[in-house]
Write a protein that binds this ligand. Structure first.
Ligand code: NAD
Ligand code: MG
Length: 379
């Protein structure tokens, strides 16, 4: 059970919802971090009085330290300071809510300090899942997923002492805003179209990933790493209503699922209270007024990112770091309206084709694969 937490990425969608939960639960804040949103960070610091505030953008850090001069919050700037926040001695739990692979080093540092990791930052597990999970085992640090699908699975395997009893995991997928479109139709969709998600309100990068289905591909890899299962035991099903958050099928045929309204406060709260459960002020799920729950196969032809992610998962080694690095850069280009929607899978496929896979990689080899993938997309 969390008592004092640090939030990496507190000004983002997950970060702000974590602060709601912290306020409701009366948790203390050790450190908050953000990239450049100074105004929002100032307001958060005045309200939550963390011991440390980090802005990874140096100019933003200077600005924030002037604004917070009358408070007790210490301000640091730069990427190395993320690790200071992640290892702050007052925190028992670190919520990793930054977007992208930049979360990797601070997450590893927090694990070495045996903090509980409430993990939202899936890119970290996609790039270096084996290293992260091995480090957590070695340090005895708990990793509790915040991603709604993985939290659902985590909840459905409580009480399962032997992972061999699991036949497969079924990750549900909303299908995103372009569900039902052909490859060509989706290719005409713009940044504004992609940012209109049917069920969830999230940061721009993950919202685009939901439209391409890369998000589900990243989640397949995240699930393989978290639960140490092969690709053959992780399936995806389209479930438009986002009520069933994921399912676990056991050897004896029993299928357990976790249901809830599409609201990230619940998985965030569970990552704080685990192994217990606490009161939640949000309105409960009302099954009598839910739309009918439907399930369908994903379309890997119109949305090649899911297939590309599964192929990278199958290839292992640095393939997933290449996939992720290429995707991060391609999504940035799409958000800047420099490339089209189907250029995202095209550029990811190009990086995967051009960059050789290194098996059993070191951290440095993973970082190198990430750099090579980004350079390939920008070439
Ligand atoms: P967001 O864009 O809303 O927020 C990102 C946060 O990270 C902000 O605080 C921002 O200041 C910070 N940040 C951005 N770039 C940074 C950089 N280069 N260095 C340091 N900090 C940086 O993103 P989000 O939607 O909250 O998602 C955060 C993570 O959680 C992602 O990995 C995402 O996949 C995962 N996630 C999000 C949701 C959701 O509902 N939003 C659900 C599941 C998983
Ligand atoms: Mg998810």
């Amino acid at each position: 059970m969390a008592n004092t937490i640090s939030i990496l990425g507190s000004t983002g969608s997950i970060g702000r919802q974590t602060l709601d939960v912290a306020e409701q639960m009366g948790l203390r804040l050790a450190a908050l971090t953000a990239h450049s949103s100074v105004e929002r960070m100032e307001a958060q610091c005045r309200r939550f009085q963390p011991e440390l505030a980090v802005m990874t953008d140096e100019d933003a850090a200077k600005d924030l330290s002037v604004r917070l001069a009358d408070t007790g919050t210490k301000v640091l700037g730069g990427f190395a300071a993320l690790t200071e926040a992640a290892t702050h001695p007052a925190a028992d739990t670190v919520v990793t809510a930054v977007v992208g692979m930049v979360g990797l080093k601070p997450t590893l540092a927090a694990i070495r300090e045996k903090k509980r990791i409430a993990l939202a930052n899936k890119e970290t597990l996609v790039c270096a899942g084996e290293l992260v999970m091995d480090a957590a085992d070695a340090a005895g640090a708990e990793i509790v997923p915040v991603d709604s699908e993985h939290s659902a699975i985590f909840q459905c395997i409580q009480g399962c002492a032997d992972r061999r009893e699991i036949k497969r995991l079924i990750l549900t997928c909303s299908g995103g805003p372009f569900y039902g479109m052909t490859y060509e139709e989706a290719g005409k969709m713009t940044r504004a179209d992609a940012l209109r998600h049917p069920n969830w309100s999230m940061g721009p990068k993950i919202t685009v990933d939901c439209a391409t289905l890369m998000n589900k591909g990243l989640e397949v890899i995240e699930a393989m790493r978290l639960y140490r299962l092969p690709l053959s035991q992780v399936d995806v099903m389209i479930h438009r209503q986002s009520i069933v958050h994921s399912l676990v099928e056991y050897r004896d045929g029993a299928v357990l699922a976790q249901l809830g309204t599409p609201d990230m406060h619940l998985p965030i709260r569970y990552a704080m209270t685990y192994p217990k459960r606490g009161e939640n002020p949000a309105p409960p799920l009302d099954l009598l007024h839910c739309p009918p729950l439907t399930f369908a196969k994903p379309d890997r032809e119109s949305f090649p990112c899911l297939r590309l992610a599964e192929e990278a998962a199958g290839a292992g080694g640095t393939a997933c770091a290449v996939l992720n690095g290429a995707n991060e850069e391609a999504v940035k280009l799409f958000l800047a309206e420099k490339i089209g929607f189907q250029d995202i899978p095209r550029l990811v496929a190009k990086a995967r084709m051009e960059i050789p896979v290194v098996q059993s990689p070191s951290l440095e080899e993973i970082l190198e694969a990430d750099r090579a993938a980004r350079a390939c997309v920008l070439r």
